[in-house]
Design a protein. Structure first.
Length: 364
């Protein structure tokens, strides 16, 4: 029983932290819908934090209620005149198709902007240099032949300091088969410059291009960059985060053709919660910001999927309704929303089951 409680605490703690990260991101997403709806002249009756039942009314505007709700899993915007056949002049049903599409896509744009802003902070003001602490050096490897010893630290590659929020091994692999210059610090922190040739990818099979085992990536002080480099890195990392979720979705739908050893294609709430714990332990507050940036980018990409009730699905349903017209279009739109909601629920359970199997089964 004690072990079970400890395990539950190890998961529930990070899950609560995840909740504190995700809820603001969803609320900001909904604020995007609210802002553009008002800009396009569409009245909003309620902006809800969390999902009903309602707990309290935090503010009463001229037309909009700001409410706090009992289920703390996100938020919502309730448009005026959203019921079929509504005649409210500033309601959702009377709005133009262009206005509806812009409102639906506004949340996606806001999440991408938030992801970029967080990546900018991590690449600029909060950027840290990292030093690779070596646990072991393989005999006969390029590192061993150059006199690099276990317990020493590598601080830069070709004169460029390692970024603690990136994986230095990626840079080493990209330089495979070439001559590189490393800055190596002894256990007494005495630096020396070493030039060596890395193994090729073929030669490195299973051993690494440098032939080292890493104990840790240690913080080594602020990392200063020109503003132009910070903007470029923030944009690149935001795009990479979006690309990762697209790749994860592609792997998820190819799951029947993948082996069990490949691991889960995509993480759900449980898997992300465990990842949050790891990032917080390794990188502290900056690690949580990094997770928040990734989550914000993921929310944007997921909401572009043409599956109702996601924003992309709502846009697809609106366009299909316009193309079919009349009662037929309305019925098709409702059917798509209902079917999409069921599909999303099944997808959620599928991913969560995979997370639980990994966590409780000890998978990597």
């Amino acid at each position: 029983m004690t072990e079970l409680l400890a395990l539950l605490g190890g998961v529930l703690g990070p899950f609560l932290v995840l909740l504190l990260l995700v809820v603001p991101l969803i609320v900001v997403h909904e604020l995007g819908h609210l802002a553009v709806a008002r800009r396009r002249g569409i009245a909003v009756e309620e902006f809800g934090i969390g999902f009903p039942p309602r707990v309290a009314v935090l503010h009463r505007g001229a037309r909009t209620l700001l409410t706090l709700n009992a289920l703390p899993f996100g938020g919502f915007v309730r448009m005026a005149g959203a019921t079929e056949g509504s005649s409210e002049p500033d309601g959702w049903e009377r709005a133009s198709l262009t206005s509806k599409v812009l409102v639906m896509l506004a949340g996606v744009v806001v999440n991408l902007l938030v992801a970029f802003a967080l990546m900018f902070v991590l690449a600029g003001p909060l950027a840290e240099r990292g030093e690779l602490l070596l646990a072991d050096v393989q005999p006969g490897s390029p590192a061993a032949n150059a006199g690099i010893l276990p317990g020493e630290r590598i601080s830069s590659l070709n004169g460029v300091p390692f970024d603690r929020f990136e994986t230095p091994l990626v840079g080493l692999r990209e330089a495979a088969g070439t001559d590189v210059q490393l800055t190596v610090l002894s256990s007494a922190s005495v630096p020396r410059e070493i030039t060596l040739r890395l193994r090729t990818i073929e030669e490195a099979a299973g051993q690494g291009v440098l032939g080292i085992s890493i104990a840790d990536l240690l913080p080594a002080g602020p990392l200063e960059r020109p503003v132009t480099d910070v903007v470029r890195l923030a944009a690149e990392r935001t795009l990479e985060a979006g690309g990762a979720i697209i790749g994860g979705l592609a792997d998820l739908f190819s799951a029947p053709f993948r082996s069990a050893e490949d691991g889960p294609a995509l993480s759900g709430p449980v898997g992300i919660a465990v990842g949050v714990a790891g990032a917080a332990e390794r990188l502290g507050f900056s690690g949580l910001l990094q997770i928040a940036a990734l989550l914000s980018a993921n929310l944007a990409i997921l909401n572009l999927l043409p599956i109702p009730p996601l924003d992309g699905g709502r846009v697809a349903a609106l366009l299909l309704r316009r193309a079919l017209g009349g009662e037929r279009g309305r019925m098709v739109e409702q059917a798509l929303v209902t079917t999409g909601a069921l599909a999303m629920l099944l997808l959620f359970f599928w991913i969560t089951l995979g997370d639980l199997a990994t966590v409780f089964g000890g998978g990597a």
